[in-house]
Design a protein around this ligand. Structure first.
Ligand code: DI6
Ligand code: FE
Length: 400
């Protein structure tokens, strides 16, 4: 589809120039789903002026948003557990009553693909309605070869039944299920399942939960070695609840991203900066778990680590389906500037998925994935709480 968008400010989110890469009165020309020209409307080349014109009437145009860290496919929910905890039950009591990741594991195993898809779509639709055009989806609640692959098949189907690009991550290294010992789980499920799921075309990247209660940096390095052998990029849940060495590990592997990072050190940030690894901050989990130490944003800035922001949508630590709210939380709880928060769901989120050449900014040659908002300035997208000003979304140039 060909077209030209005019009539309002365009936040291209390109780096190095104006804040937000802002063109106060911009134009975006696209054809065959790809952006062909972006610049001041007064300078639109005549070859594009005959195309179908969309006048946004003063509204703001940005890249479509990117949620680069979600666990949006899962069975059941944990509302009952939330209620128990607020009524005073301890975490251990909740676990004894069948709560936690393992309760989601059971519900995910019980659900077939159609049921998992049906339960995920309302959450996905909520994100799409907020201008999200690309969504990362992890496995990690099946915890057998078959159930992990099932989760990623559902993730792929989301991209077929909805106008959203889906990127998958193999997160079998999320927890050890009760029926198998740790070493056998790593070998026969995490590693063997990865090869099988990859052969089925289900895996875009390899993730893990590097934490005292989950997998050690040494265990994760075995998983990463296998990812490298298969030609797959790596990323990691790192330094979320304690300092476990995950951020340095993922930097050593030249990984796409290290995510969470509440216990990040200056040396970790330096290693990430040198490796070009993106820091994905997840304020929804920080908020839900009522953590008290935020990620060291100053260290990330000092070492020029790109910062992305995502929902971490999952039934336990972040039952969040609003990327706009995640941006607001990143600003208010972590002190990101509004420009950093919006870069975190566009340019830097694209980099966290290895798609920096394709999406995340409005530049010629990138996909025509755009959002049009009923706001006058970009900071409004971050400043408002619980308000969705999306007017229109174009994915590959197609209104959807
Ligand atoms: N970190 C988290 O916060 C979630 N997973 C992870 O690796 C928790 C997932 C859950 O509680 O279901
Ligand atoms: Fe997560």
């Amino acid at each position: 589809m060909d077209g030209v968008i005019v009539g309002g400010p365009v936040a291209t989110m390109t780096e190095g120039g104006e804040r937000y890469g802002l063109l106060p009165d911009g134009a975006v020309a696209f054809g065959d789903g790809v952006i062909q020209w972006v610049g001041p409307a007064a300078e639109l080349p005549s070859e594009y002026s005959g195309r179908p014109l969309t006048d946004v009437a003063g509204r703001l145009v940005t890249p479509a948003l990117i949620d680069c860290h979600t666990h949006i496919v899962f069975g059941g929910d944990r509302a009952g557990e939330f209620e128990m905890r607020l009524e005073g039950a301890s975490y251990e009591a909740v676990a004894r009553a069948g709560g936690g990741i393992l309760s989601t594991m059971r519900a995910t195993r019980e659900a077939d693909e159609d049921a998992l898809l049906a339960s995920a779509l309302p959450r996905v639709d909520h994100l799409i309605a907020e201008g999200v055009g690309t969504l990362e989806v992890k496995s990690g609640y099946g915890l057998t070869v078959a159930h992990e692959a099932k989760m990623l098949r559902v993730a792929r189907r989301i991209g077929e039944v909805r106008p959203v690009r889906v990127v998958t991550s193999w997160l079998a290294a999320h927890a050890v299920p009760p029926e198998i010992d740790r070493a056998a789980y790593l070998e026969d499920v995490v590693l063997a399942g990865l090869a099988a799921a990859h052969a089925e075309g289900l895996v875009d990247a390899v993730d893990g939960f590097c934490e005292g209660i989950a997998f050690s940096a040494d265990e994760m390095s075995r998983v990463f070695d296998r990812a490298v052998a298969l030609g797959l990029p790596v990323k990691l849940h790192a330094e979320q609840l304690s300092h476990s060495g995950g951020a340095a590990l993922v930097a050593r592997y030249g990984g796409l991203s290290a995510d969470h990072l509440e216990f990040l050190t200056d040396a970790d940030a330096a290693a990430m900066g040198a490796a070009g690894t993106v820091a994905v901050v997840l304020p929804g989990a920080y908020y839900t778990l009522r953590q008290d130490a935020a990620p060291d944003i100053a260290a990330l800035r000092r070492h020029r680590v790109p910062i992305a922001v995502a929902t971490d949508c999952n039934p336990g630590s972040s039952p969040l389906t609003s990327l706009l709210l995640a941006m607001n939380m990143a600003a208010t709880l972590f002190r990101l500037t509004p420009e950093e928060a919006l870069a975190g769901t566009t340019r830097h989120a694209a980099a966290a998925l290895g798609l920096g050449g394709d999406i995340g900014t409005l530049e010629s040659g990138k996909r025509a994935d755009l959002a049009v908002w009923s706001v006058r300035q970009p900071a409004e997208l971050v400043y408002r709480i619980g308000y969705n000003p999306l007017a229109q979304r174009l994915i590959g140039g197609v209104p959807s």
